[in-house]
Write a protein that binds this ligand. Sequence first.
Ligand SMILES: [Mn+2]
Length: 432
Amino acid sequence: MRILHTSDWHLGRTLHGVDLLEHQAAHLDHLVELTRTEGVDAVVVAGDVYDRAIPPVDAVSLLSDTVARLAEHAHVVVTPGNHDSAIRLGFGDRVMRPGVHLRARLVDVGTPVTLTPRAGSRGGAPVLVYALPYLDPDTARHALADDAGPVGAEPGPDVPARGARAPLARSHEAVMGAAMRRVGVDLARRRAQDPAARAVVVGHAFVVGGLASESERDIRVGGVDAVPAATFGGWGVDYVALGHLHGPQRVTVPDVSRGTPGHDHGRAPVARYSGSPLAFSFSELHQRKSTTLVDLDALGGRAGGDRDAAVELVPAPVPRRLAEVTGTLDDLLGAAGEPHVDDWLRVVVTDAVRPAELYARVRARFPHALQVTHRPPRVAEREVVTAVGPGRDPLDVARDFVEHVAGHAPSDAEVAVLREAFELALAEERSA
Ligand SMILES: [Mn+2]
């Protein structure tokens, strides 16, 4: 069977004030076309379907239409990401039809969607899709807690009775680990019935080793945002369809032996981030956005086969190129700017003195300039001292600030207060 793996549509998002919805709609047309022409059996959307918990009305109807159109050609499996409201995404009466699976509930993490080849497709083994919603540690550590003890352990002096177990550690690693244990137990049981079945895990997380962009929302909890790649190994899964990071990339999962009979299916899964369909920040200007097509029959199984050939990246349509130009205003208005007049542009003007009517003159030449900055040469030198990039831990920045104004580093208790304030702000942003 062939699956199409996509994620991070962020319907309703803007790029420096530009409404992206028409470009997002064009991309979804492309996905429907790809699904139809490439004989795709299942479309898997790994979270961040919407940009906000309460998406604009236009974004909601675009999703409804798209899911309905995709479902004419393939199974559709959708999970919420950290930007989505699981409850709101999970409810969709217009799209509830056979072949559409909106998986948003934590209690379902150990139960797969079972897909069989569609009529007219190339056929192949059935596929078990374990579609995990975004696992927020503060919620999932309670919801998945009855897996906290060893798998299959009976209650005893050190293992509380079912339903009375202590919450999991407050971390992404702990909650994803608990979800994967449930997947592993269920998969081992089903493989005993049908050894040929393929298994796909859909997850929305920051896996250690992944490369971030500037447009992903921070999901740090207790100062840690990432899940070790080994969490996905050793369960017999063939493919891990990841969402959250916006650059398409492969993640290397180490070959883990869990030592439990039936759990090891030969080798580590292939894991990939499909990436977002469009660039949502200037940090993504060199990324080549794409959609991932995976041939599961070529990928899975103990016998081997060409795993690279089993994965195909289909380039996403580019509505408008993203670029950055730096120079004096005269240079940019002259030949140096010529190749960029149609681009979404970040313009950095380096004249020693800010030119009069800078913004208007830049926009007259570059109608799609999204950011105009004046950076005289001497300021560039001074800036080196305190550069705060989006990649820095906000807690470190706050710590530096306290040290700067108070003359000494914050105490452990003060750091705890700062962390709590930051996490509350994140939670508020999530529910906005
Ligand atoms: Mn995202």
